[in-house]
Design a protein. Structure first.
Length: 283
């Protein structure tokens, strides 16, 4: 599932391409993606709107849209779900089989493809109201983090996936941050000392920042086989590695040597999610 770094990379690359582009019309091939926004309202509301910005909140995409004057601007909320991809193609290109929503612009089409249809593209933005602070926000202090973990008997790995505590951390980066902080994923949140809380806070921030700098945990997947269109599902900053996977310390490395101590990486299941850790570095 795309996490904060993947969404941030996408925002940085797609935002400039969408700036001031006008939506001529919209084709919806999977109406449940819009929930709870009604289909007809979605189609009529977006027609002739101009993209005025693209931002991220947690794992969500926030599209700023400006309708014709004198109507006020509004936002559209996007979520990639587990398999969502968002990319531009030349206008008139046949949409892929699992295209859920296609925004027809002047020269390009913005395609939201979702194989499993767990993603969202809706005008209902209430989901972001319950999110915790961003990992680099002023509000995400050591004091705040310690208070949110206080009296919590759940395992710290599970707590890191709670978007109400800190927004954007998912399964991959929770495992990575815990390894860097030297903390067992089984340790209860309430048992973390203040130095451990501080170390985990810093690990979350550094792990996510590195993942953004290196592009993505997902390999680049260009729309055209020869990459001639230079359009993308995920992108990267110029001059960086194609993706971040080779830098992961523990995630999806069960049985392989820990890059720190050479012990074999182990895998357990917590709350239905796979957790990877080093039994020596994370006692």
């Amino acid at each position: 599932m795309p996490e904060l770094p993947e969404v941030e990379v996408l925002v940085r690359h797609l935002g400039p391409l969408l700036e001031n582009q006008i939506i001529q019309s919209v084709t919806v091939q999977r109406a449940k993606i819009l929930a709870p926004t009604p289909l007809e309202y979605f189609l009529s509301r977006l027609k002739n709107c101009r993209f005025s910005g693209l931002n991220r909140r947690g794992k969500y995409l926030l599209f700023s849209l400006q309708p014709p004057a004198p109507q006020p601007s509004f936002q559209m909320l996007g979520h990639l779900g587990m398999t969502g991809r968002l990319f531009l193609v030349s206008h008139g290109t046949p949409p892929p089989k699992h295209a859920a929503v296609v925004f027809h612009l002047c020269q390009h089409d913005l395609v939201f493809e979702d194989t499993r249809y767990f993603g969202r593209m809706t005008l209902d933005t209430t989901a972001i109201a319950q999110l915790g602070p961003e990992p680099w926000a002023d509000e995400f202090t050591e004091e705040y983090f310690a208070q949110r973990l206080k009296n919590r008997s759940q395992a710290i790995k599970i707590l890191l996936l709670d978007q109400n505590i800190v927004a954007g951390v998912g399964n991959i980066y929770a495992s990575e941050a815990l390894h860097r902080a030297g903390l067992s994923p089984r340790k209860m949140g309430q048992r973390l000392s203040r130095p451990q809380v501080a170390k985990l806070q810093g690990s979350i921030q550094s792990i996510l920042a590195e993942a953004i700098a290196f592009g993505s945990t997902v390999p680049l997947n260009w729309h055209s086989p020869d990459r001639s269109d230079k359009l993308f599902y995920y992108g990267k900053a110029p001059g960086t590695a194609d993706y971040y996977e080779e830098r992961l310390a523990v995630y999806d490395r069960q049985g392989l040597a820990c890059r720190t101590c050479a012990s074999k990486i182990r895998k357990i299941v917590q709350a239905g999610r796979s957790t990877y850790y080093c039994p020596r570095c994370q006692k």
